[in-house]
Design a protein around this ligand. Sequence first.
Ligand code: NAD
Length: 323
Amino acid sequence: MDFYQGKTVLVTGAAGFIGSHLCDALLANGAKVIGLDNFISGRADNIAHIKNHPNFTFIEADVNQGFSTLNSQLSTLDLVFHLASPASPPGYQAHPVETYLVNSYGTHLLLTYLKEKHPTARFLFASTSEIYGDPLEHPQKETYFGNVNPNGIRSMYDEAKRLGETVCGVFLRSFNMDTRIIRIFNTYGPRMDPNDGRSLVEFCVRMLKNEPITLYGDGKQTRSYCFVSDLVAGISLFMASPDCRGETVNLGNPQEQSMLDLVHMIEAQLGKKATLQYKEARADDPRRRQPDISKAKTLLNWVPQVKIEAGLKETLAYFASLG
Ligand code: NAD
């Protein structure tokens, strides 16, 4: 995509699953990429292949500590993708304070820094479908305000993402900055942490190890899974679009699967049967989750291309390669 050629781009959360794939795409499109991460949930392995790329530099730093000491490394900035945050429930529940800070105060610190030093830079905040909570509308459009428990076991993430969106809105309306919000729905693919704990990863890893799979409730709760290359294509189009200043857009794959369907697909790929064990449904676990992506289709002419069978094949191969 020509838009990125020669642009200087900061990616927070660069050593994470999505951030590392985004860095790959930006480098392929000719950008100069500054990756920043504190490795709270990311891994150096995810960026080992680009470490010595002439257009890639890496800063080990914590977004929550602010940016004044990084001035010399951030002297030019055209675009900022703020992806830093633990993303899986076990990950953010293990780091609740760091999670609510990086999405709320961290977003504030980054935008405050940009307002002072690079006021024309475009800023993209990685929000989440979790801001819809346990949705009462289905599928979820961007206009839906959500149904979130403000003091639930996921609220350090959900509510901090909601506050992060608020911060973006304030810097857009009060300080005339170009902020953009994506609400990412479940995304999967190579470089996910095998200890991520979310259902798709658990099912893949456990089936590869011939271990039993736990289904919560009746296993009929649904999710929709977007392959990471589709997500990165959507993110890249959204940032590049001249028409998306101040916009919020859902990015995800609307194809909905029940947990049981997913198990059956993995069984088919691996040619073996899963051993299932059922446990009580978890608190605040949404019954259904499916994006309405009509806005992304209209604004960006974007639709996910990768079928779940093909994405699962690549993901299973990645987990198998970890041994
Ligand atoms: P990830 O955990 O693999 O990556 C996040 C990265 O951010 C990690 O490398 C972590 O070390 C880094 N990080 C966290 N706090 C930081 C801080 N204070 N300073 C510097 N670095 C910090 O998660 P991911 O799946 O790649 O998610 C990336 C973004 O997308 C997150 O903001 C997440 O909330 C959002 N998101 C992801 C999904 C998904 O399905 N993966 C869904 C919705 C939203």
